[in-house]
Design a protein. Structure first.
Length: 282
């Protein structure tokens, strides 16, 4: 039976992480949702409303995004973010989960699959970040200039939430005030820009092909054919580099799959689960 959401903060890996947990006593399947850069649990609201009726769902605000603590001492590397997610799921007593990662969240999922493959039975990668290099040294060095976070804040204000959404979506007609305000809310305090400055220094490059080749977890890759942020050709390359994956392309769709195509994402996930369930029964 579907139960009400449990929300809260959990201290793990020297930081307070915000999460939303939707328990479901009738399901043995638990999905863990990891959002992308400049996003939060908010991006999964439509997908969660579909999934929680049939499955148990945990959605996490990756530091420093959403409601999670913004801390200048935390190491914002993908490896450490993956370790934070691992520790949070362990503290909640969750085992054998299916991880869903959108954009940057997909790269965190890949790190988890590399670090602790026994933790996940399957993974869903939605327009996953892939093959992104580390920030160039001049930018990293510049980030140490006092008050550099104000430059980061200026860049964000100049691009604006609406412009970022227009870049991420193929269908601009779905952009409304609720969406704009939902993505804007975490960026109303200066602490986030200080943390983003630290992230410029800490973020390593995406996992290289030789590491991706070692990941054996079954992975479903869902991609928009009009993704401007992480073009489809990168999804095709990722599909080749992962040992056990399949790629499905959604037509007339941009980067923000959870916003534009939550129903199609959910339906493809269910087909993917059923396919592996059937294969296991043979």
């Amino acid at each position: 039976m579907e139960q009400s959401v449990l929300t809260g903060y959990h201290p793990v890996n020297n930081i307070n992480v915000y999460y939303e947990f939707y328990p479901n006593q009738t399901s043995e399947k638990t999905f863990v949702l990891l959002h992308g850069f400049l996003s939060s649990t908010f991006t999964f609201r439509h997908l969660i409303s579909l999934m929680k009726k049939e499955y148990q769902v945990l959605s996490i605000d990756l530091p420093p995004f959403g409601k999670s603590t913004k801390c200048n001492q935390y190491v914002y590397s993908y490896k450490n973010l993956a370790q934070t997610v691992i520790q949070l799921t362990e503290s909640l007593g969750l085992k054998k989960m299916t991880f869903i990662g959108h954009s940057m969240g997909g790269q965190i999922v890949l790190n988890i699959l590399h670090m602790m493959p026994e933790l996940a039975d399957k993974a869903i990668l939605l327009c996953s970040s892939a093959y992104l290099k580390r920030s160039k040294l001049p930018l990293i060095m510049t980030s140490y200039i006092p008050y550099f976070h104000l430059f980061v804040k200026y860049w964000f204000a100049r691009t604006g939430v609406k412009k970022n959404l227009q870049d991420a979506l193929y269908n601009h007609s779905i952009i409304n005030d609720e969406m704009i305000n939902g993505y804007l809310q975490p960026f109303l305090q200066d602490e986030i820009f200080v943390a983003l400055t630290r992230m410029i220094r800490d973020r390593e490059g995406d996992l290289p092909a030789q590491i991706l080749n070692q990941i054996k977890t079954p992975c479903l890759l869902l991609w928009g054919d009009h993704d401007k942020s992480i073009p489809l050709k990168l999804g095709e390359k990722l599909n080749k580099d992962l040992a056990n994956s399949e790629l499905i392309v959604l037509k007339e769709t941009g980067h923000a799959l959870p916003e534009e195509r939550p129903m199609e994402v959910f339906e493809n996930i269910k087909i993917f689960l059923e396919k592996y369930k059937t294969a296991a029964d043979l």
